[in-house]
Design a binder for this molecule. Structure first.
Ligand SMILES: [Zn+2]
Length: 301
């Protein structure tokens, strides 16, 4: 299969999975599997690194940021950073002490703009693959640290950051444990990171096959699997919450440097996730919704 590669479970290293689906949002190839050993959801096979880089640099905006793609301005309307800032202050973070902020996966810059207004004295850094978005960020005075977390962006920044933001990005990466180890490396000893991902135990009533399962989401986390990633990377969760008034389907955590620990393997994690997905997919795979989906794709909607 051209453009595809096989991978083992990033948490436990096993290669023993159940297949959940083969296609996801936009009808793109989304081979979601669940690790029977630890319950982690991930794509296997998945696109190669080269194919993903091409997608993120050239195609992502077309699918996910139509405003950026159309106007080349990149100014959307929703302030996604409102919940980031609110959640940090609700947690009791002293934002006055924050001097250096790294935003991993900044997008079009509209979001970071909000945070820059709230914490005006900090220096801002970003990692962002989209060329168009990087231009917008640079024009705002954001320092671009790199285009991709898989490069060694962290080497020169040991202990450099008070706050690292990873808003809906960890589920996109090649290896979340590797990425969190780099995050640990660049965090100050008293620094914190904010991490938000889709919660695969609370996906709500929306369609899994048409929306939730995505070729760009290489990982599908729950509280258990996210905690395992933190353990292996030496990250300590100060708080981990499943949803709030901003978003009920989100899992978000505020973390700091901690000790490396073993992951916890429990077959119940796998069973719980499998049952939830199976029950939801039974309805979506019934004949009428299936025909609707085929028709929608054929009409290019
Ligand atoms: Zn596993």
């Amino acid at each position: 299969m051209k453009d595809f590669e096989f991978t083992k479970c990033a948490v436990c290293g096993a290669d023993d999975t159940d297949k959940i689906c083969e296609r996801g949002q936009f009808g793109l190839p989304t081979h979601l599997v669940l690790c029977k050993n630890c319950g982690l959801g991930y794509l296997n096979p998945r696109w190669t690194k080269e194919r993903y880089i091409h997608f993120y640099t050239k195609e992502y905006d077309k699918y996910y940021r139509p405003e950026v793609y159309k106007t080349e301005q990149g100014l959307g309307k929703i302030n996604y950073y409102l919940p980031v800032y609110e959640r940090l202050t609700n947690f009791g973070t002293d934002t006055g002490k924050i001097k250096r902020v790294l935003d991993i996966g900044s997008g079009d810059g509209n979001n970071l703009n909000y945070l820059m207004q709230q914490i005006p004295n900090a220096k801002y850094y970003a990692i962002e693959p989209s060329e168009q978005c990087r231009n917008t960020l640079s024009s705002m005075g954001v320092n671009i640290l790199g285009t991709d977390v898989d490069i060694n962006f962290h080497k020169d920044y040991k202990g450099a950051f008070d706050l690292i933001i990873m808003r809906h990005v960890l589920e996109h990466f090649s290896n979340p444990v590797d990425t969190m180890q780099k995050v640990r490396h660049i965090l100050k000893d008293d620094g914190i990171a904010y991490i938000a991902v889709p919660n695969n135990l609370k996906f709500g009533n929306g369609k899994l096959l048409d929306n939730w399962f995505r070729v760009v989401h290489t990982y599908y986390f729950t509280t258990h699997s996210l905690q395992n990633v933190f353990n292996l990377a030496g990250i300590e969760a100060l708080s981990m919450q499943e949803g709030d008034d901003y978003n009920q389907r989100e899992l978000f955590a505020i973390v700091r440097k901690g000790e490396v620990k073993d992951a916890v393997y429990n077959n119940e994690f796998y069973k719980q996730q499998k049952t939830l997905f199976d029950n939801k997919l039974k309805g979506e795979r019934a004949i009428v919704p299936r025909l609707k989906r085929v028709l929608k794709r054929a009409l290019g909607k």
